[in-house]
Design a protein around this ligand. Structure first.
Ligand SMILES: Nc1ncnc2c1ncn2[C@@H]1O[C@H](COP(=O)(O)OP(=O)(O)OP(=O)(O)O)[C@@H](O)[C@H]1O
Ligand SMILES: [Zn+2]
Length: 485
């Protein structure tokens, strides 16, 4: 089976056929940096991360670019409210964005172009549109003339009349100067005190939509394979991007337009402006990052999801099941896993699911099936003596860990090890454990000192049953690993 994707432009599932055989160019619309990211952003970027990982699993070389909108009305408003420079706000929230994404194990894009660093590209594009008659300047502002572009509305499957009647009730401050109510700003003249850049139309700043058209061209070229983002971007943002690019390049801006569904709250889009949001960092104070990632991937990316406490709790326990299946103690071994290590039949089932427009719920159902089998293996024994995993199960384990971790980005972590040297020398460490465990550790240490290895082994077994793995290291130290799951 070949990979099929749902293209918003045709509203159909289509086989993904990139322009070049082995390369896929992919542009994802990035965040406007004026606040902490919420669960809607987490969903969007986890979804496109899995798409990228799966394409890489299929051995495409993915050129992934994601912009940063660091000039915008909302940013300016926040900077004014806090009486700081705009750059102060943007740097703060870019840093926060990166921290959140790292915790969610999202692979960084190859490039993060910033709007403020691409102003000259935008000016050039606006000039080209103006010279071809697609744009007009009015007193320092420049607008796009939607009536000039007959395909305007093709992506969102609406025509100008429908859109106009939908918009007719709106009071539009710019209505008097615009030739058509749906014309949108490419360049906005500067208001006093606002950051501004010189341009042929006087000092000002770019509109939001032109930013992505210019940055796609600049980083990936005139026509790309995949353009992605949340479904709120279909109209007007992506519609406008097409209108700004295609008259100039005479090529489709993107061959495939992919959009993810919303994180909703009582059926409404979670958003900063509605005030119904929960930040990623707040959620990660209570749940493991991979539980949130799992929750997102348990629904198909185009469906809406609600991240209720019940759903988050269920995901947390689902994540524990997967962790138990992996039984991870040796991170080094995980790093070397590869698709050639996988069981071919399970791999084929997994790919069959993912090939159907990235059906992660099917992929996860396969992984949960594997986790249930693998949970029965004594992973702790395996850690100290690799022969304990039976031949057949070892490949299941490799398949499971590779698909979960490398393709779905569900990163396994070993339980935090607590190192104790000797009981007497490092009482503070031992005191981290309950009295009962401290007593067992002490008795085992005494047994070893009197060379009563049988008794020492018996106590080790008792500790193992209580969830503590005892590893005597060659240098004489003892590593105590608490089994937290
Ligand atoms: N509730 C949500 N569910 C899914 N994706 C979302 C949600 N909210 C925003 N996104 C997506 O996050 C990406 C970054 O969006 P952006 O920073 O412009 O946020 P936004 O849409 O302005 O957020 P807000 O509506 O909260 O102000 C876009 O692709 C957008 O579609
Ligand atoms: Zn964009």
């Amino acid at each position: 089976m070949t990979l099929t994707v749902y293209n918003s432009r045709t509203r159909q599932l289509e086989p993904l056929e990139p322009e070049r055989d082995s390369i896929i160019t992919m542009y994802v619309c990035g965040v406007t940096v004026y606040d902490f990211c919420h669960l809607g952003h987490a969903r969007t970027y986890v979804v496109w991360d899995v798409v990228r990982r799966y394409l890489e699993h299929l051995e495409y070389d993915v050129h992934h670019v994601q912009n940063i909108t660091d000039i915008d009305d909302k940013i300016l408003k926040k900077a004014q409210a806090e009486n700081v420079e705009m750059g102060h706000i943007t740097e703060q929230y870019i840093k926060a964005y990166n921290e959140d994404m790292t915790r969610l194990n999202i692979l960084p894009a190859q490039q993060y172009p910033r709007a403020t660093e691409s102003i000259s590209d935008m000016i050039q594009l606006i000039q080209s549109l103006e010279s071809l008659g697609y744009a007009y300047a009015v007193a320092g502002d420049v607008y796009y003339a939607v009536e000039r572009f007959p395909r305007y509305g093709n992506l969102s499957h609406r025509n100008l009349e429908q859109m106009q009647s939908g918009a007719s009730g709106r009071v539009d401050k710019e209505a008097k100067i615009k030739r058509h109510p749906l014309d949108f700003a490419l360049w906005k003249s500067a208001k006093p005190g606002e950051p501004a850049w010189d341009s042929p139309w006087g000092p000002g700043r770019p509109g939001w939509h032109i930013e992505c058209s210019a940055m796609v061209h600049k980083t990936l070229g005139a026509s790309i394979d995949i353009h992605a983002g949340g479904s709120d971007l279909i109209f007007p943002h992506h519609e406008n991007e097409i209108a700004q690019s295609e008259p100039i390049t005479q090529k489709p801006l993107a061959r495939y337009w992919l959009h993810n569904g919303f994180v909703t709250v009582d059926g409404e889009k979670m958003s900063k402006s509605l005030g119904n949001f929960r930040t990623i960092r707040d959620v990660l104070n209570h749940y493991e990052p991979m539980a949130l990632r799992l929750l997102i991937l348990q629904s198909h990316y185009r469906q809406p999801i609600e991240c209720t406490p019940t759903a988050l709790n269920a995901a947390q326990s689902g994540w524990q099941t997967l962790q138990q299946g992996a039984g991870v103690y040796d991170l080094q071994e995980l790093a070397t896993l590869n698709k050639t290590d996988c069981d071919p039949e399970i791999l084929a089932q997994f790919e069959h699911g993912m090939d159907a427009d990235f059906n992660t719920p099917i992929a996860l159902a396969i992984l949960f099936g594997l986790a249930k089998k693998l949970k029965r293996i004594d992973h702790k024994q395996y850690y100290s003596d690799k022969t304990h995993i039976p031949e057949g199960s070892y490949q299941l384990w490799q398949t499971f860990v590779y698909l979960a971790q490398n393709v779905l980005g569900l990163k396994f972590t070993p339980p935090a090890p607590i190192t104790a040297t000797t009981i007497d020398e490092d009482r503070a460490t031992i005191q981290l454990f309950s009295d009962e465990i401290q007593e067992l550790i002490r008795r085992r240490q005494q047994a070893r000192q009197t060379k009563n290895y049988r008794e020492a082994d018996r106590i080790r077994q008792e500790l193992t049953e209580k969830g503590f793995q005892i590893i005597d290291q060659p240098n004489g130290e003892t590593l105590i690993v608490e089994q937290t799951r």
